[in-house]
Design a protein around this ligand. Sequence first.
Ligand code: NAI
Length: 464
Amino acid sequence: MTDLAVLGAGSAGYAAALRASQLGLDVTLVDPGPLGGTCLHVGCIPTKAWLQSAKVRRTVLHAGAFGIGGGTGDVDAAAIRSHADDVVDQLHRGLSGLVSASGVRHVAAAGRLVGGTVVEAGGERIEAAAVLVATGAEPVTLGLPVDGERIITSEHALRLDALPRRAVVLGGGVIGVEFASLWADLGVEVVIVEALDRLLPSEEPALSKVLTRALRSRGVDVRTGAPVAGAEAGDGGVRVTVGHEQLEADLLLVAVGRRPRVAGLGLEEVGVELDGAAIATDADLRTSVPHIHAAGDVVAGPQLAHRGYAHGQFVAELVAWELGRSRHRPTLPPDHQIPRVTYSSPQVASVGLREDQAGPGARSVTYHLAGNGKSLIARPTDERETGMVKVVRSAQGPIVGVHAVGEDVAELITSGAMHVGWGAEPDDVVSIVHPHPTVGESLAEAILALGGRPLHMRVATDIG
Ligand code: NAI
């Protein structure tokens, strides 16, 4: 008998296992794949390594603008892959060491529920006091004939040994935008096709506008309001149907969302209810079956690794509390307090509510990065700085949203998440000194202005 059986060793699953073992629980972690799941092996980490290589090439090509003799920017896709693999390997070794040192038992097999809180994996029957289902998500393909060569998902895109000359990216969400950006910077001709009226449709519209302009200026053909109807692969490439038009390319990347991975887990058999494609849970991530919990991408909401970590740790603490092994009842961070980052160039980062979601009387200030020293230092002199940070407060109340677009704005969203998470009022933050010059200062500038005391900007002083 184990205290907690975890199905899935991705961000949510392994975080739960580590936290539960810290709390003295006996943990069995079941996953046929390597520890770390999608994010570590075929998601966040290798994608960001590719994005870094793309950034290096863009820097090399712009070196002259910084007074440095430029190189040719030749691209060796296999070497980029190997850089990404090195990073993944190192993190994977670290994680494996951590899991084994923590005493968590890893069963390297696919698991399924076979009744109550009993899991079967690799011919073994694991009886548990509680079960956590954290099996993640997999790409939606819209019935397109994905073959891994001409019509691919992001997982295939990370394994390319040679880059296409021309690519169509289907979907202007996070994955589509990240690949469109990195491929364009590596010299690929890119068309990105989004069904809705703008890229990153769930972000503040102003951020989508800046991003679209930046991608277009680097040669990306951005098509919005353009649903893809079909695609057909042939020997020479792929033909994609967008409205009445046919686009020809070497490959098509399908990035139209990911759906919870729930098939074959025995959920239906033991009575775990679904909510659409996701596992239905209450506010404490409990499923419809007592002592079976769900966490991460299998639960409806933003599919983000750091949400998975938060979910996993929460469930571990909740189970420990329910088993009387901890006196602390945990609280689950709400989805809107979870920061979101698209690591394209420029980056898009946000947390909390958009202005249109913040209720009547909400106010906002937008600080343009054209006034931020660090941003100007980092951009080539022949490019205009068009990034911005927008901070939203509810009517005479706390900061409820931070939205940014620009180089390296991912780094400032951590502060944004603290302000939103703590429900800080602009006046609580204005006395906190931000180092100069940093990109993060732009957040401080916007908050100063929101508190009615702008420094490096001119706004009406009654705004607070
Ligand atoms: P997504 O839901 O972010 O975007 C998919 C886009 O495809 C939507 O904008 C949708 O309108 C569009 N679309 C759907 N059908 C279409 C059609 N027939 N023609 C044209 N456009 C169509 O999904 P995505 O980008 O695949 O990402 C999946 C998940 O992975 C997301 O939840 C995302 O948050 C997560 N992720 C997060 C990353 C990060 O945090 N940096 C990086 C990569 C993925």
